[in-house]
Design a binder for this molecule. Structure first.
Ligand code: 6PG
Length: 465
């Protein structure tokens, strides 16, 4: 077969299929392959007339690609990626480009980049965000790995990425697992924002007695302002959708147990490894875990009920301010983590660029990203986002709202794990002196771990008894 395809997609589940259609729609001939031949046949059959080149064996698929081949794997993260790579490898040539477009764990990507480099294959670990629609119309793309591989695929990735007034939502992020690390942190922020919105929905209903329609309208209004973001937008849409069978609001019929695939947990674990606090993200992961203990919650609610009451002293206006503060702090934690990871793993991340490519296509896209972008453009080596004047200016007027809402929610027994953790994070970083002096004294007391003093230099140990 004469090589004719510019790009190849392996894996035709919904994300892969939509990405292939996106590539094709930008004028590239796209080879497609799926392990189950029927799926490839079906996909090609449904898209007759498109410049798709179906491959019914790996040999046929790889033979259809122009050199150097450019192939993206859109298969489930984990062992499936290694298996697919092993199947492909015998048919690849030196200098071919292989991209993993799934949510792979960054340490797996480090291993694969090295393994492929040793075989002369240029590997990119590439986070892709935006769900089904994003894959089809323009996702945010976060590639990292072999820099020459990026040169080969940049025109295609730029063509298929979401576009904002600041350009296509893709850029080369750095070596090895830089792309998958950034995507992981994106998902961690996503977890925090989603849980905050769930908390606001609860506060509106249980705390302010809003009807679902009022809550829906409130989110829709927020979306017009500084909290404007994809997640607020879809929350408003979800809250008004009626189940066609029952005519009831579908969201009210959904079981209150949130699932997870693990990227939020990885963010927290990686942050702990690097010594970066991301309490809003961790609290969001915990909240999903608690939601999963449905049976136990039902039993405990009978014997130790947390009876939610109406909010006192906080209204819709404070909720909106708290949302803005919460979102700002969630991004701040994510960017702080990225800064530390970049130094530790030598990714060389440009955080202003990260904020820019998150502005379109991805799940955490929002107006707030402009604040972050400005902060890191002014000071690329910012130790913490809170130190940037532009960030402080945004945050200072709304921390009071967050405090009011968390206090009122606590008094009303409405759980706000992420909002609460976020407030303590702000208060912790906002204090020049914390009670960690007592921790040091305790450590020295029971383990002779020593301490430093504020009034003289040196390291000290005391016989406390
Ligand atoms: C995206 C999403 C995407 C996916 C998450 C869901 O950026 O498009 O983050 O990657 O929807 O993996 O994660 P959970 O199943 O863990 O919620």
């Amino acid at each position: 077969m004469k090589p004719q395809a510019d790009f190849g997609v392996v894996g035709l589940a919904v994300m892969g299929a939509n990405l292939a259609l996106n590539v094709e729609s930008r004028g590239f001939a796209c080879a497609v392959f799926n392990r189950t031949t029927e799926k490839t046949r079906d996909f090609a059959g449904r898209n007759l007339g498109a410049r798709l080149v179906p491959g019914y064996s790996i040999r046929e698929f790889t033979a259809s690609l122009k050199r150097p081949r450019k192939i993206i794997l859109m298969v489930k993260a984990g062992a499936g990626v290694d298996e697919t790579m092993a199947h492909l490898l015998p048919y690849l040539s030196l200098g071919d480009v292989l991209i993993d477009g799934g949510n792979s764990y960054f340490r797996d990507t480090d291993r694969r980049v090295a393994m492929m480099a040793a075989r002369g294959i240029r590997y990119l670990g590439c986070g892709i965000s935006g769900g089904e629609e994003g894959a089809l119309k323009g996702p945010s793309i976060m590639p990292g790995g072999d820099p020459v591989a990026w040169k080969h695929v940049a025109p295609i990735l730029k063509a298929i990425a979401a576009k904002t007034e600041d350009g296509p939502c893709v850029t080369y992020l750095g070596r090895r697992s830089a792309g998958h690390f950034v995507k992981m942190v994106h998902n961690g922020i996503e977890y925090a924002m989603m849980q905050m919105l769930a908390e606001f929905y609860d506060l509106m209903k249980a705390g302010l007695g809003m009807s679902p329609e009022e809550a829906q309208k409130t989110f829709a209004k927020w979306n017009e302002g500084r909290c404007g973001s994809y997640l607020v937008e879809i929350s408003a849409l979800v809250l008004k959708y009626r189940d066609p069978d029952t005519g009831k609001l579908l969201v009210e019929l959904i079981q209150d147990e949130a699932a997870q695939k693990g990227t939020g947990k990885w963010t927290s674990q990686s942050a702990l490894d690097l010594g970066v606090p991301v309490p809003s993200i961790t609290a969001a992961v915990d909240a999903r875990i608690i939601s999963g203990y449905k049976k136990d919650r039902v039993a405990i609610a009978r014997v130790l009920p947390a009876k939610s009451r109406r909010l006192r002293g906080a209204g819709a206006r404070q909720l909106e301010g708290a949302c803005y503060a919460g979102f700002l702090a969630a991004y701040a934690q994510g960017l702080h983590l990225l800064g530390k990871a970049s130094a530790e793993y030598e990714y060389g991340l440009n955080l202003a660029e990260v904020a820019r490519i998150w502005k379109g296509g991805c799940i955490v896209r929002s107006r707030i990203l402009d604040v972050l972008r400005r902060a890191y453009r002014a000071e690329p080596r910012l130790a913490h986002p809170f130190l940037a004047p532009v960030f402080r200016k945004a945050l200072a007027p709304v921390t009071g709202s967050l405090r009011t809402v968390v206090s009122a929610a606590t008094a009303a027994s409405i759980p706000v794990p992420v909002l609460g953790a976020t407030l303590s994070y702000l208060d912790g970083f906002g204090r020049a002196r914390l009670p960690a002096n007592l921790i040091q004294a305790q450590r020295d007391h029971f383990g002779a771990h020593t301490y430093e003093r504020i009034d003289r230099p040196g390291v000290f140990h005391t016989k406390w008894d």
